[in-house]
Design a protein around this ligand. Sequence first.
Ligand code: NDP
Ligand code: MG
Length: 400
Amino acid sequence: MSKPQQLTILGATGSIGSSTLDIIRLNPQRYRVFAITAQQSVEKMRLLCEEFSPTYAVLVDKAAADALRAQLGKQSTTVVLAGTDALCDVCRDDRVDTVMAAIVGAAGLLPTLAAIDADKRVLLANKEALVMSGDLFIKRLRQSKAILLPVDSEHNAIFQSLPLKAQQRLGYCPLEELGINKLLLTGSGGPFLNAPLASLDDVTPEQACNHPNWSMGRKISVDSATMMNKGLEYIEARWLFDTRQDQIEVVIHPQSVIHSMVQYIDGSVIAQMGLPDMKTPIAYAMSYPERINSGVKALDFSLLKDFTFQQPDFERFPCLKLAIDACYQGQSATTALNAANEVSVAAFLANRIRFTDIAKINEQVLQRIGHGHTRSIDDILEVDVKAREYSHTIIAGVST
Ligand code: NDP
Ligand code: MG
């Protein structure tokens, strides 16, 4: 039997991180947890350190790292590190084979790039990292020997439905040459697909986070309710699969059984299906090109009642339209939009703004900050900071 793969799990305490650890529990002979990271969740990290004995545990927050070190005590073999540089260090380490990039938001960019530069196998859940750096991210991938595997269920579904030649050229897939007409990106439409439009002003964070099909972290749950998530995924697909504008279409499929599809020029459509459980795409990315047990139940077609599709309504989901437009506006636009959205979603979750303010703030920031050239990751980080500052200024006006 071959040696177990050594994994660094960025965002180990989150929804994707926890599902990744569940798959490791089911397949302990194949994987070893080398490092786990989080921002400040001391208690969850302590339990994970006791169960998996990773070589390193990183908490970005220094006080949280000190607390974890104290709680683990001298008998623990895990070295506790603090700060953002340590996130990159545990990705680059020579002993690491695979990095699960599952930090939420822009904070995941630098460690994910560190993993790419160090030629790791990178399992990408952190879509914001790719959205905010697009072309530069793909260039770094091309210059490296890293292998990128999409974890986001739609991109994972598309990846599974593509021919091997496309899978091996992520970031620069010759779609047309391979007989591919279009990528069909499916989305459930979230909890407010059929809610009266006038009621959206008053929805609460709890209602927005109550997704009908998927169980996820709070930020992506709100993104699913605004359909900004599909917008971010549209941009993610544009970069992962090197598409032109006429090669991606968003299709609403409320049942979330088809996770996305690839349409070929001969009329064939290849779809990937399954229950809406992230453990399926995570397990696929972890074991590719093999398959392993993910613990997810088989799909029972006799229990499926409806199987429906519709076009997205941009009046209901203005964030989706903003993201698609930003995708063709240029890099500053998607960087600014992503940053604005992180700030506005956090403000909504903190009850500082209304649900419908998210799109309004995102649009204003996009108009003000979403222009200009970005030639380096530093330029991108500068746009990110400016967009966050401007978002905070608008929010201060809205919420006072
Ligand atoms: P969660 O909010 O559940 O978890 C986020 C993780 O990131 C936690 O471990 C958190 O640590 C850590 N984290 C948060 N902020 C920072 C920071 N500033 N620096 C370092 N670490 C940080 O998120 P999800 O698991 O839902 O999502 C993770 C990523 O995967 C997102 O990009 C999301 O879009 C993507 N994704 C998620 C899906 C899902 O089903 N959940 C589906 C497809 C994609 P702490 O616990 O200390 O806060
Ligand atoms: Mg998704």
